[in-house]
Write a new protein. Structure first.
Length: 334
């Protein structure tokens, strides 16, 4: 990585670190960061809605503005074809932020079903679905360092929504959010463990409250901004362990977070369920993946999350199956 672009990236990080950025939604937090980066002149900030800087005009615009700087691209891609074209035009570098979730759409999270699958399958893309402005800020800052100072290849993708989960991150939480998950509510003796990403985290947090209030069941809650990053790191560790049987086994962030408990794990996303299915092979406890289409067309509601948690506990013999039927009746799910 050229020293000039690393210097520009560090200048971007310094400018963002000193800028006032009150807690807000991922969308408005990133927009505020974009304004700061534009003012600093140490990064290319491209806004897809600008007529002069649409994807089709990107090569012409960039040719006139040559220089090695970090790239923050704000866009609204609906399909995998649009995102593929965008990533190619940007040479598969930079931080691409999609705000399409905020537009009316028949599709989960505003995108065609192929788009999240493309994100998960693209080896150079690291996708994130932040739940709060603090998460989005931590991921953008980490992305600037990872891509432009450490020089790792590829690009970051963030889906942005305009609601705030009101999470407060410690320094460790910010680091762990970049790795893929961090605790919102932790308890070693919890009966179940609930994972949520993006807007789905709010329903997960409500579900944890319902489990305790209505069923006397305690739950850990984890925010998981990137199921794909967690799954990739876990798969890489397992491959290394298979190839090095005599060496100490390598762990991964997912296993480290879930270690020390056999409680069932329920992971929730607003994308189709296939995005969470990636974790199944790497979770030792009973695992349930929930996404758009699992129970209803949209992301699973708090009531379906509760019913799924009770079912997982019943399958483990930790509660009566009748409790599952009671929940379905109580929450009018059938």
């Amino acid at each position: 990585m050229p020293a000039s672009i690393a210097h520009s990236a560090q200048s971007c990080i310094d400018a963002l670190s000193t800028a006032v950025c009150p807690g807000n939604s991922p969308l408005y937090t990133v927009m505020s960061m974009a304004n700061t980066l534009e003012s600093s002149r140490h990064a290319w900030v491209i806004r897809g809605q600008s007529c002069s800087r649409r994807v089709g005009n990107w090569p012409i615009w960039f040719a006139r503005n040559r220089g090695e700087k970090p790239l923050l691209y704000l866009h609204s891609a609906v399909s995998s074809a649009q995102l593929c074209a965008l990533s190619e035009q940007t040479a598969q570098r930079g931080i691409l932020c999609n705000d399409i979730e905020n537009q009316p759409s028949p599709w989960p999270k505003g995108t065609h079903p192929s788009l999240p699958v493309w994100l998960a399958a693209h080896p150079r893309c690291t996708p994130y679905d932040p739940a709060s402005g603090d998460e989005a800020r931590a991921i953008v800052l980490a992305g600037l360092r990872t891509l432009y100072i450490d020089g790792q290849p590829g690009f970051y993708y963030l889906t942005l929504h305009d609601q705030d989960a009101h999470t407060t991150l410690t320094a460790q939480d910010r680091e762990d959010a970049h790795k893929g998950m961090y605790p919102i509510r932790r308890g070693q003796a919890a009966d179940v463990r609930l994972l949520g990403a993006g807007r789905a985290l709010e329903e997960v947090m409500y579900a944890a409250e319902l489990l305790e209030q209505d069923w006397n069941i305690t739950a850990q809650v984890w925010s998981s901004p990137s199921y794909t990053r967690l799954a990739r790191e876990a798969a890489t560790a397992e491959r290394w362990n298979r190839l090095h049987p005599l060496a100490p086994r390598r762990s991964c962030h997912l296993r480290d977070c879930l270690a020390g408990s056999s409680a069932p794990v329920i992971a929730v996303t607003g994308y189709p369920q296939v995005i969470v299915d990636q974790l199944a092979a790497h979770v030792d406890a009973r695992f349930i993946a929930l996404g758009a289409g699992s129970m209803q067309a949209s992301a699973p509601s708090r009531y379906w999350i509760v019913a799924s948690a009770l079912r997982a506990l019943a399958d483990e013999g930790r509660t009566e199956v009748q409790q599952v039927e009671n929940a379905l009746q109580r929450y009018h799910l059938k």
